[in-house]
Unconditional design. Structure first.
Length: 268
């Protein structure tokens, strides 16, 4: 299977269920499928084919999720670019990966990038005419994404991952910690980190949904508690230091909040 194939299969089975949750809005599986098809068609028109490298420059946002899925549907492999990275690092990643195109959230860019930059906004995609799905060029052996290491021990290095490898990892996660349609995953890691992969795609297997935590809130336990409670988040990922801060902050919350999160946040 491919990563976008997992999503497309679930979208056909559960079109009206919530898929993407974010502050101020929500997209169903059908809506997310339609918007990613529209962008994938535009990417094909720009020359994206099997294993074309496409940079995605975005904060956690609907535009980020739509861009990633659209690149995969077009047959390409995405290169996640965190806007908090220095511009010279972003240029290095784009050049090193051989990216032919950059998808950017409105207001973001990488100066000096030699390829074309295409701005992606949810508002423009919602108003576009229906296009239908593009023909599937990628297969299980195709590259899905390239994630760069931190470079803490030298020059950052790109790690290329195929659809088969990523799908097998997600299948193992589902086998060990099975999600249902009622689960809500929170995407709180930078999508430039490998920990983001299950947050980006695992929910598609079972028809669960993903909540996009606003940028910066992953550093604030109080805001996370507020978001987890209001969005009924059931599944989250923490590094040890942050989970301790989260639990300490939770102790200061009213008993009702602690009880509510205790009932819903079952996997940390």
């Amino acid at each position: 299977p491919t990563l976008h194939g997992l999503f497309a299969r679930r979208a056909a089975l559960s079109p009206h269920r919530p898929a993407l949750r974010f502050p101020g809005g929500m997209l169903t599986y059908a809506e997310l499928d339609q918007y990613t098809d529209r962008l994938a068609v535009r990417l094909r028109q720009k020359g994206v084919r099997k294993e074309s490298m496409v940079g995605v420059l975005a904060e956690r946002s609907p535009e980020m999720a739509v861009s990633v899925l659209a690149v995969l549907k077009a047959g390409g492999a995405y290169v996640p670019l965190d806007p908090d990275y220095p511009e010279d690092r972003l240029r290095y990643m784009l050049e090193g990966s051989g990216a032919c195109l950059l998808l950017a959230q409105p207001g973001l860019s990488v100066s000096g990038f030699s390829g074309e930059t295409l701005e992606v906004s949810l508002s423009s995609l919602t108003s576009e005419a229906e296009t239908g799905a593009v023909s599937d060029e990628a297969d299980a052996d195709s590259l899905a994404y390239i994630i760069y290491t931190s470079g803490s021990t030298g020059t950052p290095k790109g790690v290329a991952v195929e659809h088969r490898q990523a799908a097998a990892f997600l299948s193992g996660m589902q086998g060990q910690f099975p999600l249902t349609e009622e689960d809500v995953i929170v995407l709180k890691s930078s999508f430039s980190f490998d920990a983001s992969i299950w947050q980006l795609f695992w929910w598609t297997i079972s028809g669960a949904s993903v909540y996009l935590l606003p940028a910066g809130w992953e550093k604030d336990p109080v805001r996370m508690i507020e978001a987890f409670s209001s969005e009924k988040v059931t599944t989250a990922h923490f590094i040890p230091a942050m989970v301790n801060s989260f639990l300490d902050a939770l102790e200061t919350e009213p008993a009702e909040t602690r009880a509510r999160l205790g009932r819903t946040l079952t996997r940390v």
